[in-house]
Design a protein around this ligand. Sequence first.
Ligand code: UDX
Length: 453
Amino acid sequence: MDEKLVKKRRIVLVPVPAQGHVTPIMQLGKALHSKGFSITVIQTQYNRVSSSKDFSDFNFLTIPGSLTDSDLKNLGPVQFLMKLNQACEASFKQCLGQILKEQGDDDEIACVIYDEYMSLSKAAAKEFQLPSVVFSTTSATAFLCRSVIAKVNADKFLIDMKDLELQDKLFPGLHPLRYKDLPTSAFGPLESIPRVYSETVNTGTASAVIINTANCLESSSLARLQRELQVPVYPIGPLHIAASAPSSLLEEDRSCIEWLNMQKPRSVIYISLGSLALMESKDTLEMAWGLSNSNQSFLWVIRPGSIPASEWTESLPEEFTKLVSERGYIVKWAPQMEVLKHPAVGGFWSHCGWNSTLESIGEGVPMICRPFTGDQKVNARYLENVWRIGVQLEGELEKEDVERAVKRLLVDEEGAYMRKRAIELKEKLESSVRSGGSSCSSLDDFINSFKDE
Ligand code: UDX
């Protein structure tokens, strides 16, 4: 590490306690650790990352004042996060103050990197005059959308978003996104969106924004975002290729790898909706019918609690078990990155969370896109329309559409073209994190920016 950085070598990370946020911030920690920084993770009691052997070099601090699973259920993720920030603001400040008091001469804090939804970091970093940096776990395009929405007239925006006739039309200035692709949330009232977004895109006193993306995926959104924001934007992803950091909050069922080992190359569709998306019983049944009728094999992650009013799958009719038993394998949580790497997997049915999107492209696997909420809608549109490696299922989910989408991806020539394009993108992503690649250089630029502090 550079001489000037030796004194200030500790970086404090502040994750949102949810899988889709924890995974990339821990990968960022690993990438920075490999560059010589010490890493301290300040987390709440809710959904803690364990200091396992994979992170034995990291320092984990847990602050009091957390919320619970039932708070998440009652409030929904958006309100939950707002409350969590309020509940933990004072203890976070105290914790940061304590680190500063105890830090050695050779171990000063270089900066606090906080998830864009952990606004509690802003006031504390400001009070202690510590450099702070925003970390975005979504795409640059989703960030850009939030920035655009935060600036439009809120009343007009709310009227337009409720206008059914506008939904299929392009949203001005955000081509190729339509009104219905904008990252509004299914978890909270539309009315709160402009306020929540102006909070997240307000970088406050932060000196930079780090985004888990790569220039080859989103060059025009990145260029525009750089013009919109007052601080440097560093695209340093995909982090899962740059730095491995296993941080699953749920237990992975590895038996599915043994099952995949028995399947033919590229014959399986992998289905997973990430850590938060919910699935109506009716849609689950249509999926099962469509998958069964497609005659293709499938590995399906059904997360406990993802079907409303059901612990797991017990509320589904018996018909469901019959439909999936012949060609399907169901688990509660899978080692996703290993699954996507597996030669038997030919396609990924996804809710299009940004991590899943990057992981799928990173393995050259084409996708069936069925976004559930928020930024997933933006990613799905890009997968189908910009990168052209996905088929989006829109509107009511019907078994005939499911069957057709699975065949398009796994059987038809169209699927082979999508796979070819996905593999080309995979190669570009790999180059971007290699020495001399855009993301690798961006990470170096970020680190070098400390020298000017
Ligand atoms: C959400 C948003 O959808 C996402 O876009 C945002 O950036 C973070 O918050 P989530 O819905 O959980 O995240 O989806 P995703 O971003 O895809 O993250 C899920 C993670 O869980 C992935 O890293 C995936 O590999 C992992 N996973 C998922 C497993 O390890 N096993 C599984 O069975 C399913």
